[in-house]
Design a protein around this ligand. Structure first.
Ligand code: S3P
Length: 434
């Protein structure tokens, strides 16, 4: 089990490129694999989560070559996947499991999806239930992984209103809907990330979005295309907060994905008084990108608007660090989903902040954080093997005048493999202890 030993830093600066978007990397492999023709991907995230997706499609007979972040997928068409032969191990990756369950429910072969200790605790009833409504034969273990899926089940289209704001459920059902005869309709009352819809269109598949309904007709084909994946705003978020809370910072993050379903982090930080400017806005692979410049600012506590919660769902651990450094109280509600991520991110962050002397009140669906000064811990902080918790506490070092030890940081490489290198390049001081 590795740890970070993070030390204070005075200033933070540079112009850097963050690795490719994790959500888009997963989808590029999945759609490229079932497309007709060769899909060339650049900017693929070389993190363990997206690599788990890549390996599982290789296991199902897809010829995928990877040279660093360049990936060539020789698509096998909608019905060309082969039986995996043994359980597919998806490691820590909930996105792989939930999206692939939709795709595999429609195949002619049986499959089993499993994962690590954290993934094995995550709720799967949210996809099992609607997939069964479509006619899929899928079993969990008390509604958790491993999932066993029986092949050769004809799927029927459904209209399904998402009970929780989740792009993973939506995407799972859109993928199974590709194989159902007729129109699948997902009703989404709260907007969630729309990469699946955008990428399906990029592969020439018609997806209609009107009001809050996303519909597609099953039975079509995907045509291979080239995908240049932009930088992941969820990874950029760590450095956006670091630069905001640093005493002296001027940092630019190049070509970051600013898809409006992902920019909650920017909006929330700006409401807190952050100094963030966007420039060079353009389009890349059906997504909006921009350079993001962040300079130090005096942050103030806010009540986080509920409608921004799904648009920043992965960024709350690091936003809690920003709130700890802000003047006054920050209140988050409507974020119960944080309790079923790679860890219970409300409790685990509250516990870590308590070690650093920050007062919080844990709520069922959120947290109240009283901004203050980090005080010297007499114990180290436990990340609970959650990548985003590890990176968030590494960011806290920017506002500390003492060292912090963060335990169990191995999973940082699931989403941000060169986090330490980039962090150190801009002035953060992280030592990785093995
Ligand atoms: C993701 C959706 C989100 C997010 C996850 C990636 C995706 O999960 O937390 O990291 O790629 O669709 P939910 O849909 O469960 O909120």
């Amino acid at each position: 089990m590795s740890s970070f030993l993070v030390s204070p830093c005075n200033s933070l600066s540079g112009v850097i490129a963050i690795p490719g978007d994790k959500s888009i990397s997963h989808r590029a492999i999945m759609l490229g694999s079932i497309a007709n023709g060769v899909t060339k991907v650049s900017g693929f995230l070389e993190g363990n989560d997206s690599l788990a997706t890549l390996k599982s499609f290789q296991q199902m007979g897809v010829d995928i070559e990877r040279l660093g972040s360049n990936v060539t997928i020789n698509g096998v068409g909608m019905h060309g996947l082969r039986a995996p032969g043994k359980p597919i191990d998806l490691g820590n990756s909930g996105t792989s499991m939930r999206l692939m369950a939709g795709l595999l429910s429609a195949q002619s072969f049986d499959s089993e999806l499993c994962g690590d200790e954290s993934l094995s605790k995550r709720p799967m009833d949210r996809i099992i239930e609607p997939l069964r409504q479509m006619g899929a034969k899928i079993e969990g273990h008390n509604s958790k992984p491993p999932l066993t899926i029986s092949g050769n089940q004809p799927l029927r289209p459904i209209t399904y209103e998402l009970p929780v704001a989740s792009a993973q459920i939506k995407s799972c059902l859109l993928l199974s809907g590709l194989y159902a005869e007729g129109e699948t309709c997902i009703v989404e009352n709260v907007t969630t990330r729309d990469h699946t819809e955008r990428m399906l269109r990029g592969f020439g598949y018609q997806v209609n979005c009107s009001d809050n309904c996303i519909t597609l007709d099953g039975g079509g084909e995907l045509k291979a295309c080239d995908i240049d994946i932009p930088s992941d705003i969820s990874s950029a978020a760590f450095f956006m907060v670091a630069a905001s809370i640093a005493r002296d910072a001027d940092l630019t993050l190049k070509a970051v994905n600013i898809n409006p379903t992902r920019t909650g982090i920017i909006e929330i930080l700006q409401l807190m008084g952050a100094n963030i400017t966007l420039s060079n806005e353009s389009e890349m692979a059906g997504e909006m990108i921009a350079d993001i410049q962040i300079r130090s600012a005096d942050l103030k506590g806010i009540r986080i608007p509920n409608e921004l919660v799904p648009l920043a769902i992965d960024e709350f651990p690091v936003l809690f660090i920003a709130a700890s450094c802000a003047d006054g109280e920050t209140l988050l509600t409507g974020a119960k989903e944080l309790r079923v991520k790679e860890s219970d991110r409300i409790q685990v962050m509250a516990d870590g902040l308590a070690v650093l002397g920050i007062k919080t009140e844990v709520l069922d669906d959120g947290i109240r954080i009283q901004g203050g000064q980090f005080t010297k811990p007499n114990t180290s902080i436990k990340s609970h093997h959650d990548h985003r918790i590890s990176m968030s506490f590494a960011v806290a070092s920017v506002a500390c005048n003492f060292d912090i030890k963060i335990e169990g940081v191995d999973n940082v490489k699931t989403s941000f493999p060169n986090f330490v290198e980039l962090a150190n390049r801009i002035g953060i001081n992280i030592n990785e202890l093995h």
